[in-house]
Design a protein around this ligand. Structure first.
Ligand SMILES: [Zn+2]
Length: 201
C-alpha cells in the first residue's frame, strides 16, 4: 500500500485535518511558497487518502495553464489512481491474482470501486456495480464493445452474491462473471461484478 500522507510530506506539503467541513472532501492552497492540503476530518481514512492523492494531482497540474479547471480536476483523478495504485505494481498484482477481495487487502486505502475501475485499464472487463440491487454504473475497458443490458448469467451471479453475502463466480461459453458482495455500511449493500468476455464475435 502506498502511504500517501508520507508521500505528500516528502514533497514538502502539509496536510490539515479540517473540522466542520460539510460537503467538501478537500481543498488545496499555497501560502508563503508552501502547499497545504485540507481534508475533511469526518471522512473515512480511505476517502481521505483519495482526497490527498487527488489534491496532489492538482498541485502537480497547477502550473499547467492550458487546461481548464474541469480538465485539471479529471486529470487529477487519474493521477490519484496512479499514485495510489502504481501501474507497474498494480498490473503485476492483477496478473498474479485478480481477486478483488485480495487486492483490497493490499490496497486498503483504496475503495473497492477505485480498485475495480483501475482493473479495467489493464484487463478487458465489463464492470457493473449494484447498490441495494439497483445498477449504479456499468462501464467497460476501452477495448470492449459491451451490451448495456445484463446477461442472464450476470443477473444470476449478482443475486447469488446478495443471497450469500460473499463472492461467487460462474461462466458459460462466452462470459466469465465474478461477483463480490461488499457491505458499504451506511445502509448500502454493494455488489461488484467483473465480467470477462471470453469469446468476442
Ligand atoms: Zn479537484
Amino acid at each position: 500500500m502506498v502511504d500517501i500522507r508520507k508521500k505528500a510530506e516528502e514533497m514538502g506539503i502539509t496536510i490539515i485535518e479540517k473540522e466542520n467541513y460539510t460537503d467538501i472532501r478537500g481543498a488545496v492552497f499555497k501560502k508563503d511558497d508552501k502547499w497545504y492540503i485540507m481534508v475533511n476530518s469526518n471522512d473515512s481514512e480511505e476517502r481521505k487518502s483519495f482526497t490527498i492523492a487527488h489534491e496532489l494531482g492538482e498541485i502537480i497540474l497547477n502550473d499547467n495553464n492550458e487546461l481548464s479547471n474541469d480538465a485539471k480536476h479529471k486529470m487529477a483523478n487519474l493521477i490519484a489512481a496512479d499514485l495510489l495504485m502504481p501501474e507497474d505494481i498494480f498490473k503485476n498484482d492483477i496478473l498474479l491474482n485478480n481477486d478483488l477481495y485480495q487486492l483490497k487487502k493490499k490496497y486498503e486505502n483504496c475503495s473497492y470501486e477505485a480498485i475495480a475501475r483501475r482493473m479495467l485499464k489493464f484487463m478487458p472487463y465489463i464492470l457493473t456495480i449494484f447498490d441495494n440491487k439497483k445498477i449504479y454504473i456499468r462501464i467497460a475497458s476501452d477495448s470492449i464493445n459491451f451490451p448495456s443490458s445484463l446477461a442472464e448469467i450476470e443477473n444470476e451471479v449478482a443475486e447469488k452474491c446478495y443471497q450469500i453475502k460473499n463472492c461467487c463466480e460462474k461462466d458459460d461459453d462466452n462470459l466469465n462473471v465474478k461477483g463480490y458482495y461488499i457491505d458499504e455500511s451506511r445502509g448500502v449493500e454493494r455488489v461488484i461484478l467483473l465480467t470477462e468476455v471470453l469469446d468476442i464475435n
